[in-house]
Write a protein that binds this ligand. Structure first.
Ligand code: MG
Ligand code: MG
Length: 258
């Protein structure tokens, strides 16, 4: 069953959305060559707790850290580690919070130092595809409209869409119905209704869409070793125009926050 949220619930989800957005901005300030992914994780863990929330990923089905830190060929679910980021890397940071009984969930892929042109385009295209998907999150549209918007845009640049993992509803649980694939056919799938809150989170590969599971049992990697990008926003389905709860403005425009 898809659960539709009241305006009060959406306010609580928005508080979480802003907290994960601010946490990603804190992490972004520290992303540079020479820093370990564990250090970035620790910054986020402290920031989330300082704001009275809990990092939702820590301990989730045994996940060992506050954030997912997926470097280069890692698509999602990377472990923070002693790996030292170097110039030309990308690091996908996925952040989740629990605050006042509701969840926050957002992801951003940061370039480390100077990245090559193809990588830079991969990040730009993946990020924009989230907004194109979100624009379809209108009551009366269907899940396939979102996936189609993401897929057709990313594939037009020669990039590929990971199929095995998908976006999801968000509320008191981190993963609620419906599943939100990043591929699909317009006009197909479940009908979207006002008050549904979903996470749109394309995982887009520079090369093949084929992936494999790392020996650690968690981290998903590209089969050809090429880079992958992952961006995620939390979106409310509305009647006329979808409402995006998370923001990248703190990262990209350097907008100050408390
Ligand atoms: Mg996430
Ligand atoms: Mg998610």
């Amino acid at each position: 069953m898809m659960s539709l949220k009241t305006e009060e619930e959406i306010e609580l989800l928005k508080e979480n959305a802003l907290l994960v957005s601010k946490t990603l901005a804190e992490v972004g300030k520290a992303v540079k060559p020479g820093v370990t992914t564990k250090k970035l994780n620790d910054i986020a863990d402290a920031f989330i707790r300082d704001h009275g929330a809990i990092p939702s990923f820590l301990g989730y089905e045994g996940f060992p850290a506050a954030l997912c830190m997926s470097v280069n060929d890692a698509v999602v679910h990377g472990f923070p580690s002693d790996y030292v980021l170097k110039d030309g890397d990308v690091v996908s940071v996925d952040c989740g919070t629990i605050y006042k009984g509701y969840n926050g969930d957002s992801a951003y892929t940061f370039p480390v130092g100077e990245v090559d042109e193809e990588t830079s385009r991969l990040l730009e295209v993946t990020e924009k595809s989230v907004d194109l998907g979100a624009a379809q999150a209108i009551a009366g549209n269907r899940i396939g409209d979102i996936g189609h918007a993401v897929q057709s845009y990313c594939e037009s640049f020669g990039f590929t869409v990971v199929r095995e993992m998908v976006g999801h509803g968000l509320g008191k649980s981190m993963h609620e119905e419906p599943e939100v694939p990043n591929y699909g056919k317009p006009g197909y799938g479940k009908k979207l209704r006002e008050g549904l809150v979903i996470c749109i989170e394309p995982m887009i590969n520079a090369g093949t869409r084929s992936i494999y599971l790392d020996d650690n049992g968690w981290t998903v990697r590209t089969s050809d070793g090429k880079k992958s990008a992952h961006f995620e926003k939390t979106v409310v389905v509305r009647h006329d125009e979808s409402q995006i709860l998370t923001t990248y403005d703190y990262i990209e425009k350097g907008i100050e926050y408390n």
